[in-house]
Write a protein of this length. Structure first.
Length: 164
């Protein structure tokens, strides 16, 4: 029993560290807000080694969990230890996902262009990207453009590709 409690504490600590590694870049990457170059560099660094760190933490957690299982000092220890192992596995999965895309940039079901007066699905407070060529102007909602980062359109009879 003496080794059970520290092992469980270690498992929960690993799960917490792993969850924080996944959550911090997601929480700080707020779309449509200004980010300093240093913050962006730091977020990409955490994101780039986050999956490797999550896998390493999962492996260490697996060793601790295996030791708990083999000791069998308590019938409840492996059952309790399964929870942080699930959290560690979830961290490995989510560390490789682009959560902001899940939350903000769902692909549109249909793509169509219409006059501003008929665009009831675009709120007045929503950001748009505007393009003006000659006498014609277009506005593309950022939430629609952000998923693919590209729009193929025709303005004043000429094909255009709009991106950012």
């Amino acid at each position: 029993m003496k080794k059970t409690v520290p092992s469980l504490v270690a498992l929960f600590g690993l799960a917490l560290v792993s969850a924080v590694l996944v959550a911090i870049p997601t929480a700080l990457t707020e779309p449509f807000t200004y980010h300093t170059p240093d913050l962006i560099e730091w977020l990409y660094a955490v994101r780039s080694w986050g999956t490797t760190a999550a896998i390493a933490l999962f492996a260490v957690g697996g060793l601790i969990f295996y030791r708990l299982w083999r000791q069998r000092t308590s019938v409840w220890a492996p059952a309790i230890g399964a929870l942080p192992m699930l959290l560690l596995a979830g961290s490995v999965f989510f560390s490789g996902q682009h959560l902001i895309e899940w939350m903000m940039f769902a692909p549109p079901e249909t793509i169509a262009y219409e006059a501003a007066s008929g665009a009831a699905h675009v709120a007045e407070s929503e950001y748009v990207m505007g393009v003006s060529v000659g006498d014609e102007a277009r506005a593309y909602p950022i939430l629609m453009v952000a998923y693919y980062h590209i729009v193929h359109d025709e303005i004043d009879g000429e094909p255009y590709v709009v991106t950012y």
